[in-house]
Design a protein around this ligand. Structure first.
Ligand code: AKG
Length: 289
C-alpha cells in the first residue's frame, strides 16, 4: 500500500507544544476516509473478545487479543453498565492495523514531532468504551510498561468518534514528561501497580491537592493527540448513554531507542530477537522513512 499523506503538515508551534506540555492535539490532520476505514477492523478485533478478569488482562493483551477490563470495585456495585474493552498488537494479526500503523500519516507526523530521522512501531492498541462504561483509565505512564530506553518515544491516540471529557477523552498531566521518576506500570483501570514491578507509585492526581495542571481535548474523527511516553495521563469512563468511544492508539519510537526489559511488565513473544541495551531491530518495524 502507498503511504497516505496527512491533510496538512505539523506546524512548528505544534512541535514546541509537544515538547513543552508533553502532549499536543493536532486538529483535522488525518483523512476522514482513512479513520472510517478502521471501523470494521475494530469490530473484527472486538468480535474475538475474550472475557478476562484483571488478573488475566496481561495474557489477553499479549496475544493480540481483546480483554474486557473490569474494575472489581465498580463491578460489585451491580449497576447497569457498558464495557471497556482493550487489546494490543493487532498489527501482528490484522493486516489493516499493520497498514494503519506503518502506511498512514502517523509515522511521518511522529517523525516531525520527535524530530527524529527514523520511526519504529512499538505497538498498537484498540481502546473501546461502550456507552455507560464506568471503568476509568487510571493515571499511568506508558513508558512504565514499555521495554524501552530513550527519550524519543510517544503515543498517538486516534478517535473514531466525537469524544468529550464525559465520554472518556484522555486527560494529560501537563509537563509530567519532564520528570525522570521511574514509575510502576498500573492495572490500567486504577492506579494500583502491577505486582512484582519496581519504582514509584503513580499518584492519583484527582485525589491529590497540588499544582498539577490537567488538560484534555474534545476531539472528532480526523483529530489526533500525541503524548510523550513519560506524560502521565488518565481518562474517565464513558458517561454517554448512546455514544461509543472507539480509539486506536499507536506507540512509536524515534532515533537511538534501545531495548530495556521492565521487570514485571508483560513481555512480547515477537520481541525475542531484541537484545538488552541494543538498538531496536525489525521486531519493531521501521515505519519512517
Ligand atoms: O483510551 C484510553 O482510555 C487510554 C489511552 C491510553 O492510555 C494510551 O493510549 O496511552
Amino acid at each position: 500500500m502507498e503511504r497516505i499523506s496527512p491533510t496538512r503538515a505539523v506546524t512548528q508551534d505544534e512541535v514546541e507544544t509537544f515538547w513543552r506540555d508533553g502532549v499536543v492535539c493536532l486538529r483535522s490532520i488525518l483523512p476522514l476516509d482513512l479513520v472510517a476505514s478502521m471501523e470494521a477492523p475494530i469490530e473484527d478485533a472486538l468480535s474475538g473478545t475474550a472475557m478476562a478478569n484483571l488478573s488475566e488482562m496481561a495474557d489477553a493483551l499479549e496475544s493480540g487479543g481483546i480483554a474486557r477490563l473490569v474494575d472489581d470495585s465498580v463491578a460489585s456495585s451491580g449497576a447497569p453498565r457498558g464495557q471497556f474493552r482493550a487489546g494490543t498488537d493487532h498489527w501482528l494479526v490484522q493486516e489493516e492495523f499493520r497498514e494503519f500503523a506503518l502506511r498512514s500519516p502517523l509515522p511521518g507526523i511522529v517523525a516531525s514531532l520527535l524530530q527524529s530521522d527514523e520511526v519504529r512501531l512499538y505497538e498498537d492498541s484498540v481502546l473501546v468504551k461502550e456507552p455507560g462504561t464506568q471503568e476509568k483509565t487510571g493515571f499511568h505512564q506508558d513508558m512504565a510498561y514499555f521495554h524501552l530506553d530513550g527519550d524519543l518515544v510517544c503515543t498517538t491516540w486516534v478517535p473514531l468518534d466525537v469524544v468529550t471529557a464525559e465520554m472518556g477523552a484522555v486527560r494529560f498531566v501537563v509537563g509530567s514528561h519532564l520528570d525522570a521518576t521511574k514509575y510502576r506500570p498500573t492495572m490500567f483501570v486504577s492506579e494500583l501497580a502491577i505486582p512484582g514491578t519496581e519504582g514509584a507509585e503513580v499518584p492519583d492526581y484527582d485525589k491529590q491537592v497540588g499544582e498539577a495542571r490537567i488538560i484534555s481535548f474534545d476531539t472528532a474523527p480526523g483529530d489526533l493527540t500525541v503524548h510523550h511516553a513519560r506524560t502521565i495521563h488518565a481518562a474517565s469512563g464513558n458517561l454517554s448513554r448512546t455514544q461509543r468511544r472507539r480509539a486506536i492508539s499507536v506507540r512509536y519510537t524515534g532515533d537511538n531507542t534501545r531495548f530495556r526489559v521492565v521487570a514485571g511488565s508483560p513481555m512480547k513473544e515477537h520481541h525475542s530477537s531484541l537484545v538488552e541495551g541494543e538498538l531496536l531491530n525489525d521486531a519493531c518495524p521501521l515505519a519512517w522513512p
